[in-house]
Design a protein around this ligand. Structure first.
Ligand SMILES: [Zn+2]
Length: 412
């Protein structure tokens, strides 16, 4: 054995001995991956094959979901950061394809299918130079479609999501002051498999996460407790965001977005309140898109609240809604004072699922629209951001004092 070969063997043995956690995430070789259809296109769904070439073998699972029919592939430790699904060869064969981080250590690929399909074969071949995951699909009749019963059973085998912890107690603060301390949930929209709006090389998920971190710092300096629903670039369902905020004891829920709308439809910061009857085109489009983002991440929202729960929620909401409206007024006036460019109607109603908490006053703040060039320049400007953060802190302070005064009046 030559010295060189001996070194090579020893190096390989060393790598093999390293624990899995020390390894880098596996990567997708986009150039060697493809989605292909079999036979001529006659406008009907055709058999398809998805081939994903990776730089090393990883644990995976494959399943189908309905509403709309989707193929979900979960992969352990695969980094999709440098790849965009629309660059996959054959991506245009399906209505939509998404990938990204889903939960800690797991990434997900969701392919919306052009109809009901069955998985006829799935396997990871490690015989070639690079491991290839192949999933073959064939169209089936609707009655032969076998999706998982619900996304909750589908995700039961996933590792537990990050445990929710409220802001740690501040030992310098007396106990009863801590109990009284206002807790604000900041909810940066999108993340992981769902990047949100994309424009000018920026992603909504990234922009709103940065904003949440800046806002948390300022709020904590002002003595306000903060809970952030997602701390990093990972996916979180709309339902899970509300649940986590409630578990953290949030008194106010602020969802942060910077969405895309067709040119000329919207510009300037806009505050949205829950309104199931809202019917203007822009808010309808945004609401559909946000719920669709959840679907495309492989979640299934159908049947989450039944009729009785709906009635009970409406009763609770009649108390919460005026408090949300009051906060929206404070926020709009503080933004105006800070010279923030706002939509011509800065407070609007929308059917945004994330605002459905019956017991926590909730608003969704579109910081601006990523599709509007002026807004985009603002959203990426640190000076603008600190102005906006200042307005948010002032509005929360004003609102909580007002709420306190009302509570005192009610007690008399
Ligand atoms: Zn959004």
């Amino acid at each position: 054995m030559t010295a060189l070969r001996l070194i090579l063997v020893l190096t390989m043995a060393l790598f093999a001995a390293l624990p899995a956690a020390a390894q880098d995430a596996a990567r997708l070789d986009l150039g060697a991956s493809s989605l292909t259809a079999q036979g001529p296109d006659r406008g009907h769904p055709r058999p398809m094959q998805l081939r994903l070439t990776l730089d090393r073998a990883v644990p995976y699972r494959v399943f189908l979901l309905d509403g709309p029919p989707r193929l979900v592939i979960d992969l352990k430790d695969v980094d999709f950061d440098q790849t965009r699904p629309e660059q996959l060869f054959g991506a245009d064969l399906v209505p939509a394809i998404r990938w990204g981080r889903f939960q800690r250590g797991w990434s997900r690929i969701v392919t919306e299918l052009p109809g009901p399909y069955a998985v006829t074969q799935s396997g990871l071949s490690t015989r070639a130079m690079q491991p290839v995951l192949t999933v073959a699909l064939k169209p089936v009749q609707p009655e032969d479609f076998r999706p998982r019963a619900s996304a909750s059973t589908a995700s039961r085998t996933l590792p537990e999501p990050a445990t929710v912890t409220a802001t740690p107690d501040d030992p310098a603060m007396p106990k009863d002051a801590q109990a009284d301390r206002l807790i604000v949930a900041l909810d940066p929209g999108h993340g992981g498999i769902d990047p949100g709006a994309l424009a000018g090389g920026e992603s909504e998920a990234r922009i709103v996460l940065d904003f949440a971190h800046a806002a948390r710092e300022a709020l904590e300096r002002a003595g306000i407790g903060v809970f952030v629903t997602r701390e990093e670039d990972r996916f979180m369902g709309l339902e899970a965001r509300m649940t986590a905020a409630r578990a953290a004891g949030a008194d106010l829920f602020i969802s942060l977005h910077a969405d895309a709308l067709p040119a000329g439809q919207a510009a300037g910061a806009t505050i949205y309140l829950w309104d199931p009857t809202a019917n203007n085109a822009a808010s309808r489009l945004l609401a559909q898109r946000h719920d669709r983002d959840d679907l495309l991440a492989g979640l299934d929202l159908t049947g989450t609240d039944d009729a009785l729960a709906g009635v009970l929620m409406d009763i609770a909401r009649t108390e919460t809604q005026p408090r949300s409206e009051n906060f929206a007024k404070f926020l709009a006036s503080r933004m105006a004072l800070a010279g923030i460019d706002m939509h011509s109607r800065p407070v609007q109603g929308a059917r945004f699922s994330v605002l459905k908490s019956p017991d926590i006053p909730s608003v969704l703040l579109e910081l601006g629209f990523l599709t509007d060039p002026v807004d985009r320049a603002h959203l990426t400007d640190p000076a603008w951001r600190s102005q906006m953060v200042g307005a948010l802190v002032a509005a929360i302070g004003g609102w909580s004092r007002d709420e306190g005064a009302r509570a005192a009046l009610l007690r008399q």
